[in-house]
Design a protein. Structure first.
Length: 108
């Protein structure tokens, strides 16, 4: 499955547009990660703990898009766009959503 953020693929012909596919992942950061992020917030630097959660959520969302596109008979998804939100009473949950267009492609 070829996944991309562009609306065309060099070297490929789009044979058929199969529809919009979406993926959603909600991830929570546990107490230990919250504590480590708080320390990073005070001393500065990057929060590797939250970056890991974000990366895992993004990969999970891409896998979901890929699975849904395969169900439609696609072998590619183009125009993928991500959105990130915090949700929950304390804003401690991370929502990653992605949308794209499932396509059937062939090499030129």
């Amino acid at each position: 499955m070829l996944l991309c953020t562009t609306d065309s693929l060099d070297g490929y012909k789009i044979e058929e547009y199969l529809g919009i596919v979406t993926g959603e992942t909600i991830s929570g950061a546990n107490v230990v990660r919250d504590i480590m992020a708080t320390v990073t917030d005070y001393v500065g630097g990057r929060s590797g703990t939250y970056e890991e959660v974000l990366g895992d959520a993004r990969q999970s969302t891409l896998a979901e898009i890929s699975d849904r596109a395969q169900i439609l008979g696609a072998n590619g998804v183009i125009g993928i766009a991500f959105d990130y939100e915090t949700i929950g009473a304390r804003g401690s949950m991370l929502l990653v959503t992605a949308t794209g267009t499932a396509v059937r492609i062939s090499k030129n």
